[in-house]
Design a protein. Structure first.
Length: 415
């Protein structure tokens, strides 16, 4: 039987981040039922609120998708009063997440050393372009830059001689968020035995580097940097996309058993009668050495039938394969829906909002998408009440401009 409590129930997180990497980290924690309080700056809030089009209602789609399950407050940390509010929030929090440039938190009085001295149990997580140490620590960082410097753009593309190619998704941003989440959970585990929080530090650059495990292994072994191979794999063949008579499919015949099963499924005697015995394709090493010839031999075979027929045949044969879907087709895929990877919430101004679900399932303490992203400053009054501020104190903070409350002067907030 499922518990109503999630795996991170009662964990209190203060998020001081914007755009993607930090919000992705905080969103994962929130999806696992941590109480995430997103602190947006006054007067403009998270930059992703202005990443439009597209919009859902009047709200940025990018912001809505990355900030569900969080409560949102707006603070002006340039003011003494705003910094005082943040200090009170941190006093009873378990985790703080920030992705400012190096020195920004220190200038506000919230660098790691100062915060750790005051609140030694707090886990302090920094996500940046290049990390908080090293010669690039002061540089700003973006996914595009990290993809280029990590080697990812050199191994992405149709083949040798082409221009460097960016991976379509903001891979280093999302991966940095996941790495930060892992680091936070590890630091919380350590705190159970030590009683002390610590600094968790990761970056977009390192997030890109970890995706080069296979390619780095090849470079370490040979002294040569591998290049782009289209959809093919650098170590196994055939493992790539093939055109069919009506589209494309991916085929993962990545070991000898799958290769032999693929040959049977292709029913090749009339087109390539000696495919099984061809010495160029006898072993994986042979197939990798002759990858261009292998692709040339298999492509006309796959073009004889449509994608659906090939996928049916390959599934029957036990060969891993799949269709090449666009994002909209992926959203409608029955496995995606069965795994609740498309979810819907009701937003105060945008109406029904769809987003991507939690990719981690728990048998006893499931996570859940429980609330939509906040409108700007939506939960400021609610959160400040919980942290011991009186109504008069909240009204004074609002009057000073230290906090932003929707419909300032009204005593309430829509949760």
């Amino acid at each position: 039987m499922h518990s109503n409590a999630g795996p991170l129930n009662d964990l209190k997180v203060i998020e001081l981040s914007h755009i993607l990497a930090g919000p992705a980290c905080a969103m994962l924690l929130a999806d696992m039922r941590a109480d995430v309080i997103k602190v947006e700056r006054v007067p403009d809030g998270d930059d992703s609120r202005r990443m439009i089009p597209p919009t859902m209602g009047d709200e940025s789609a990018a912001f809505l998708v990355m900030n569900r399950n969080k409560r949102g407050i707006a603070l002006d940390l340039r003011t003494d009063a705003g910094r005082g509010v943040l200090s009170r929030l941190l006093k009873s929090a378990d985790v703080v997440i920030e992705n400012y440039r190096r020195g920004t938190m220190e200038q506000m009085g919230f660098g790691y050393d100062a915060v750790h001295t005051l609140y030694p149990r707090l886990v302090y997580c920094s996500i940046s372009g290049f990390g908080r140490t090293g010669p690039y620590a002061d540089r700003g960082g973006f996914d595009l830059v990290a993809q280029g410097m990590s080697g990812l753009m050199s191994i992405t593309g149709e083949g040798p001689g082409g221009p460097p190619m960016k991976i379509g998704a903001p891979l280093t941003d999302v991966t940095a968020g996941i790495l930060a989440c892992v680091g936070i959970l590890a630091a919380l585990h350590s705190r159970e035995s030590t009683g002390q929080g610590q600094w968790v530090d990761t970056s977009l650059f390192e997030a890109g580097i970890v995706h080069t495990y296979w390619h780095s292994a090849m470079c370490f072994a040979t002294g040569r940097a591998p290049g782009p191979m289209g959809t093919a794999h650098p170590l196994n063949a055939p493992y790539q996309a093939f055109p069919t008579s009506d589209g494309w499919i991916t085929v993962g015949a990545a070991n000898q058993g799958n290769w032999l099963r693929l040959v049977e499924a292709l029913e090749a005697p009339d087109v390539h009668p000696d495919l099984r015995e061809d010495p160029r394709f006898a072993t994986n090493a042979d197939r990798m050495r002759n990858l261009e010839a292998l692709t040339a031999a298999l492509t006309p075979l796959f073009k004889r039938r449509g994608s659906a027929e090939w996928l049916r045949r390959l599934e029957q044969a036990g060969v891993p394969a799949g269709p090449v879907l666009d994002v909209g087709q992926m959203h409608a895929d029955p496995q995606v829906l069965a795994r609740e990877m498309v979810v819907e919430t009701e937003h105060r101004s945008a109406g029904k909002v769809k987003s991507i679900g939690l990719p981690i399932k728990f048998s006893d303490t499931p996570g859940a998408v429980r609330r939509p992203a906040p409108v700007y400053g939506q939960h400021t009054r609610e959160v400040l009440r919980e942290f011991g501020f009186s109504e008069s104190e909240i009204d004074e903070l609002s009057a000073q401009g230290a906090v932003k409350i929707p419909g300032a002067g009204q005593k309430g907030t829509t949760p």
